[in-house]
Write a protein that binds this ligand. Structure first.
Ligand SMILES: [Ca+2]
Ligand SMILES: [Ca+2]
Length: 657
């Protein structure tokens, strides 16, 4: 072994030298920063989609379908208690790339093909940090942090991008691979394969899906070969083993254990190809290879899903089967072979750890991850992470400290006891109530015996830890807004803060606005600020199943000639334009004169959110009160997947001139 572990205390100094080096080389006219005298390690981050805790040989899967991944474990460190931030794609990936709980960076769930948001370009990703450090940066595969151009990888620190912008099942095809007419999927656009910022072709068939693993692998091998002479960061985010499964001819039927095992074998082959090209280029020693899954198995897909056994539940839950995933780190220059680490660690720790090993400064904004290099080096008594929070869908569902995991009361998706799906078709899921429950993971890894009653002191300690998380990151279960939450990236629409006559007005509503989507409270419609294309941006005021019927009191008589009402249409979220808008004015607040009205055509399918400014112009009239009525459509139209359900009106803002 040539390189020695670096003393952590010398980091500042080392960084200083690095920076001055960069400055010197820049002044010599090089286009990119220099290589440090001792070459920084390359980073290869391989992320599998929906792979279960028990899917790999080295994690106890029966048979030997994953020799290449198992070899990574034999040559490096395997983590037994490694977590994602949330057991769902976008949230999990936001955490991986930013070192933050997903709540902190405002990303939740899985973004759909009409999402007008993405990871905020102001966040610093691993790619941003390493690019500034002189690394070549590339992502091959699934992004899922915003498909609009301003949110794509090239705008988030990556030099190169090739892959799908979101999940491989977000296409207008049914589970049989044929065009579907059911639900929102029927409205999905074709699945775009993107290179750089541009769609180069579409994934249209199951046969196209079957090419993805080999295609991504070829691109990954090419990336490594092209950048062998300078430090690089490669993020290889496979579409597999997420449904719809696809496998090349070479691996079809190869496992004799079904399609899922075939796909797993091909992903394993891919890992082998990456390791081979590293070796061929003499990069095997000084490359940190990190292998992980973005969340646990999608269990209701039955034989097209993995396994998390003996863990409880799977994807979409805060239980161990959802959040705990396989993770292996291999770096012969620093990590001794065949190590098993059973301390708590998480994807949010990968960014600060990469910063440590590449001597790169941390992001300027606060992060949640910790440097786990001491674990990789097996430093005695090192406990970089004592505690971890389990969020899902903006709900703080649990907290783990040491061997103890406490759940807060919530409703959880559940797969247990239900007949799973088969051959690509899903089975049912249920919703189950989870109480205040404590589990001892050291003796009960399957979370079967609630021991809260026996350990009230531990419950109290973990409750306090939960309180801290809520204050900082928020919690929908207890309606707490977190002080440390930053906004997601939002597509900007040309709606700036404005001056108008109603800015100091008081409002009287015939029907109350929704408590959760309150836009900030009573004055939200006349505060001069405008909602974006994201209905959850905190600026829109929502009205569920009722009209927006409001009297605006301008406080004194004004000469009024125009009233504009900003309205959001976001059909996927059951938000529709009103059927009618009417404006009336009054001097005394009792006798109103209608000055303008319009009807709006019945909505046609268009899941892409848009904002309509309904503007009423009329002969100038003296008025103190302005009455605005937007008639709620009341019921989702027959073509809508929620046909017959209550529709919403989202408004912001009402401008009077
Ligand atoms: Ca996933
Ligand atoms: Ca407003």
């Amino acid at each position: 072994m040539t390189s020695q572990p670096m003393d952590l205390r010398s980091f500042g100094k080392a960084l200083g030298i690095g920076v001055s080096c960069v400055a010197l080389w820049s002044s010599l006219g090089w286009s990119s920063p220099s290589l440090p005298p001792k070459r920084s390690p390359n980073i290869v981050l391989i992320l599998i989609d929906d792979q279960g805790y028990a899917d790999l040989g080295c994690y106890g899967a029966p048979g030997s379908r994953t020799p290449n991944i198992d070899r990574l474990a034999a040559q490096g460190m395997r983590f037994t208690d490694f977590y994602v931030s949330q057991a769902v794609c976008s949230a999990s990936r936001a955490s991986l790339l930013t070192g933050c709980y997903a709540e902190r960076v405002g990303i939740s769930g899985a973004l759909n093909p009409w999402a007008q948001i993405g990871l905020n370009p102001e966040e610093e990703t691993i790619a941003d940090l390493l690019k500034a450090r002189g690394y070549a940066t590339g992502i091959i595969g699934k992004w899922h942090l915003g498909h609009l151009r301003e949110f794509l990888p090239l705008q988030q620190g990556f030099d190169e991008y090739f892959g799908l912008p979101y999940s491989n099942d977000m296409w207008p095809m049914g589970f049989d691979g044929k065009p579907t007419h059911e639900g929102w999927k029927a409205f999905y656009p074709p699945l775009p394969l993107i290179e750089g910022n541009n769609t180069i072709r579409e994934v249209r068939t199951l046969d196209d899906q079957a090419t993805l693993t080999a295609l991504y692998t070829q691109k990954a091998v090419d990336f490594i070969s092209r950048h062998r002479s300078r430090p690089f960061f490669l993020y290889l985010a496979h579409a597999m083993v997420h449904v719809p499964l696809g496998v090349s001819e070479k691996y079809r039927g190869k496992s004799s254990q079904g399609m899922y095992a075939d796909v797993t074998m091909e992903v394993d082959w891919s890992v082998g190809e990456v390791m081979k090209v590293l070796k061929e280029n003499g990069l095997e020693e000084n490359t940190l290879v990190i292998y992980a899954s973005d969340n646990g198995p999608w269990l209701n897909m039955g034989n097209h899903a993995g396994s998390a056994l003996p863990l409880r539940e799977g994807k979409g839950t805060a239980f161990e089967g959802g959040a705990r995933v396989p993770c292996i780190m291999r770096w012969p220059a620093q990590i001794p072979p065949a190590r098993v680490c059973s301390q708590i660690a998480a994807t949010i720790d990968i960014l600060p750890t990469i910063c440590a090993v590449t001597e790169t400064a941390l992001p300027r904004k606060k992060i949640d991850g910790v440097n786990i290099l001491p674990l990789l080096r097996e430093e005695r008594d090192a406990v970089p992470r004592a505690q971890y929070y389990f969020y899902y869908d903006a709900e703080l569902r649990g907290v783990r400290r040491g061997q103890w995991k406490l759940y807060f009361p919530h409703l959880s998706q559940s797969y247990e006891g239900l007949e799973p799906g088969k051959d690509g078709f899903p089975g049912r899921t249920a919703t189950r109530r989870v109480g205040l429950e404590l589990y001892d993971l050291s003796s009960d890894i399957g979370e079967r015996t609630n021991v809260a009653a026996q350990h009230p002191d531990i419950v109290d300690t973990l409750k306090q830890a939960g309180e801290q998380a809520r204050n900082e990151l928020g919690d929908r279960l207890t309606a707490v807004r977190g002080s440390g939450v930053r906004p997601s990236g939002r597509k900007q629409v040309a709606r700036e803060a404005t001056q108008h006559l109603a800015l100091a007005a008081s409002l009287t509503f015939a029907h109350p606005y929704d408590r959760q989507h309150n836009g900030g409270g009573d004055g939200a419609l006349v505060d001069g600020k405008h909602g974006s294309l994201d209905f959850a941006d905190g600026l829109w005021q929502g009205f569920e199943g009722v009209d927006l019927d409001v009297v605006v009191d301008l406080q004194n008589a004004q000469n009024v000639k125009r009233v504009t009402c900003g309205l959001l249409e976001s059909q996927y979220s059951w938000i529709f334009l009103p059927s009618e808008v009417e404006v009336a004015v009054s001097m005394d607040g009792k006798r109103f004169q209608t000055v303008w009205s319009t009807t709006i055509d019945a909505p046609q399918p268009n899941p892409i959110p848009n904002v309509r400014e309904v503007s009423a112009s009329f002969e100038p009239v003296a008025a103190r009160f302005v009455h605005v009525v937007c008639r709620n459509l009341k019921q989702c139209p027959s073509w809508h997947p929620g046909a017959g359900g209550k529709t919403w009106i989202f408004a912001d803002e009402i401008e009077v001139r």
